[in-house]
Design a protein around this ligand. Structure first.
Ligand SMILES: [Zn+2]
Length: 314
């Protein structure tokens, strides 16, 4: 048993289960329930993801429904090891039972075909986070990669209102900068960047500027460090992860930073990190740097738990 808990904000493992036939109990990828069971407590946000440029014949929402169904098939098949968590009470019960906690998210509103009415279905599944865009621009907003100068449309603003009123957090990873600032103008709830690093250290538009990060903290939100090495820049060592982490800590992020590893959604990880089993190396690095037990628990678990499950009214 590892001496710490881990709550991670982003993986793409679910689409691998559906399309590659993986089982969540034991997979060839970056995370599974057997490895997750090594943590004191393990909670993982599972994203429903599909590239809209490769939409299936029956459309993106049909694909979204298939992945949601796959999530519940996996939950049932592995019920001895994991439970789906929608509420704080679900999480507490799951922690007490010593099981892994699984939380659903949607990476790109394209999967709901940008229809605000479909958020109700997503909320019924237990979806707690949604990215307005993935890399493609859509009817809600430009993305960081396509039409990056375009912010939220009227439909985008309506979508944000409906999501937040249903208790679904808006996730800005992949969004255009213009969309980010439009969101900040109207947001009434904490804002999350589930898997983004610091742009001051690696000038990729997938990353957050210092000003963006401060605004996310001011909403009571969360930023999860992404392990994908092109977003870390610098070198490929664990020191690069710590450089980004300590940059956010220097900006006052102790209560607002954690991890969103992009597990099974990226193919290049730092040296020594092959999956969640290697989070122990990060833990050891924190001890070497004399992080307090309180800070370690916040970064690994409590900050993300708070933003998803203990939303205070902002
Ligand atoms: Zn992503």
């Amino acid at each position: 048993m590892l001496p710490f808990s881990f709550f991670d904000a982003h993986c793409d493992t679910l689409s691998c289960c559906l399309h590659l036939g993986w089982d969540l109990r034991s997979s060839p990828g970056h995370t599974d329930l057997e490895r997750g069971g090594q943590f004191q407590r393990y909670a993982q946000v599972f994203a429903i993801f599909h590239d809209a440029a490769r939409a299936p014949m029956d459309g993106m929402f049909a694909e979204c429904c298939r992945q949601a169904e796959e999530f519940f098939v996996q939950m049932k098949r592995n019920a001895a090891l994991v439970a789906p968590c929608r509420t704080a009470a679900d999480l507490e019960q799951t922690e007490r039972a010593g099981k892994c906690a699984a939380i659903l998210s949607i990476e790109g509103a394209d999967l709901l075909e940008c229809d605000p009415a479909r958020l109700e279905t997503a909320a019924q599944w237990g979806v707690r986070l949604i990215n307005l865009t993935w890399n493609r621009a859509n009817a809600l907003s430009g993305s960081h990669l396509e039409e990056p100068e375009r912010g939220l449309s009227a439909q985008g603003k309506d979508f944000v209102r409906r999501a937040q009123s249903l208790g679904i957090l808006v996730d800005v990873s992949h969004l255009s900068d213009a969309g980010f600032w439009d969101l900040m103008d109207q947001s009434e709830k904490p804002v999350v960047a589930s898997h983004s690093d610091a742009r001051a250290l690696c000038s990729n538009t997938r990353n957050l500027t210092d000003e963006m990060f401060r605004c996310i903290c001011a909403t009571g939100g969360f930023a999860g460090l992404n392990f994908y090495t092109p977003f870390l820049g610098l070198d490929h060592s664990l020191d690069a992860v710590f450089a980004h982490l300590e940059h956010f800590l220097d900006l006052g992020g102790e209560k607002y930073v954690g991890f969103g590893g992009d597990w099974d959604g990226c193919d290049r990880l730092p040296d020594g990190i092959c999956g969640v089993q290697d989070m122990e190396r990060i833990y050891e690095g924190m001890l070497r740097r004399n992080y307090s037990a309180e800070l370690i628990e916040d970064l690994f678990y409590r900050n993300l738990k708070r933003v998803i499950f203990e939303q205070s009214e902002q």
